[in-house]
Design a protein around this ligand. Structure first.
Ligand code: LMR
Length: 331
């Protein structure tokens, strides 16, 4: 009897060792976080902060590998790669989801938000939360919004009024709303990945582009664009996303710790975004490579007038109630 018990105890101990051994052998969960911008941007900093927080809170259990500058996947591939399990997290610009949902096009409507406070208010409203869920049917989970800021227009020629943009070629992100926005001022929009913009500008294959101060600065667009119009005409924000398969497959405690780390990293990214815009704008001025054009109220209202019909064009796809709610966040 005693021998039987000893054997049973020994067998149990052996299987416990084997289970622990196999868990150890499979190693920590790896989250590959892929993005396209430089590390010294709000998104770059947020991703690095997320890595640090996860590795502090979940040491040995979860590891985060951050791939900036389109090193792993560029604009057009990251969401596909996520659905295939080749990458677990990313934060594409809200303009880059149109293959998965038309609802997020709302964020591209020109002159919709008067400032970043209005953007934040809308994103945190019920409608904003509803939009975070708009990718679920496609197998993607929206984990949170991240700010970059408002976009400016850079160009090889001074742009003061919409007529100045006529006939010029502008690089845009892959969004039909952005295409319509440039068509509204009789310019030619070209959908191109972020990684190609500098070369397209440098070689004069295109005349201009729209982006935030931190992207214009960190990717050196200002060195090859002699004019930047401070138009604040549109928004460049992000959604941090993961795949449903990856997210639902996580142990609940680990999932909740990862989410906490992400919320903290997003809050950090959002906090530095506004200051980064101001600092990078100033660095561009100091470089004297590019002239910043400030618009008078009358000039600005010409751009608003010219681009505003785009709202109507996309009202059906986005939903009037959604547009009204976003507009009200300005009040
Ligand atoms: C762009 O393509 O211009 C931006 O989406 C890049 C980014 O992620 O900020």
């Amino acid at each position: 009897m005693l021998r039987k018990i000893t054997t049973l105890v020994a067998t149990a101990a052996l299987s416990a060792t084997l289970i622990a051994g196999s868990a150890l052998a499979s190693g920590p969960i790896v989250i590959k976080f892929s993005h396209v911008v430089a590390e010294n941007t709000p998104k770059g900093q947020m991703a690095n902060k997320f890595k640090a927080l996860v590795e502090e809170k979940l040491a040995g259990k979860v590891k985060v590998e951050v791939f900036p500058n389109s090193q792993l996947f560029g604009d057009n591939k990251v969401l596909e790669a996520m659905l295939l399990g080749d990458v677990q997290m990313g934060a594409p610009a809200l303009s880059k989801f149109s293959r998965y949902t038309k609802k997020l096009q709302i964020f591209d409507l020109p002159f919709l938000f008067k400032d970043m406070a209005a953007v934040g208010k809308f994103q945190q409203s019920d409608k904003g939360h509803e939009l975070l869920k708009s990718l679920e049917k496609k197998g993607l989970v929206g984990l949170g919004y991240l700010h970059n800021g408002l976009k400016q227009l850079s160009s090889s020629q001074p742009l003061r009024v919409p007529a100045d943009a006529k006939g010029l070629k502008f690089r845009i992100m892959s969004s039909d709303v952005l295409a319509a926005q440039f068509e509204a001022v009789h310019a030619t929009p070209l959908k191109k990945p972020f990684s190609e913009v500098f070369t397209l500008l440098q070689t004069r294959a295109i005349d201009g582009q729209e982006n935030t101060w931190s992207n214009i600065y960190s990717k050196k667009f200002f060195e090859v664009q002699p004019y930047i119009t401070e138009s604040n005409h549109g928004l460049l924000d992000y959604m941090v996303v993961t795949s449903k398969e990856f997210w639902m497959g996580l142990d609940k405690n680990i999932q909740s710790e990862i989410k906490k780390a992400l919320d903290e990293a997003i809050a950090f990214g959002n906090k530095i975004a506004a200051q980064k815009s101001l600092d990078d704008r100033q660095k561009i001025i100091d470089s004297k490579r590019s002239k910043i054009i400030e618009l008078s109220a009358a000039e600005r209202s010409q751009w608003v007038e010219a681009m505003k019909p785009v709202w109507q064009q996309f009202e059906k796809e986005i939903g009037k109630d959604m547009i009204d709610a976003a507009y009200k966040s300005n009040m």
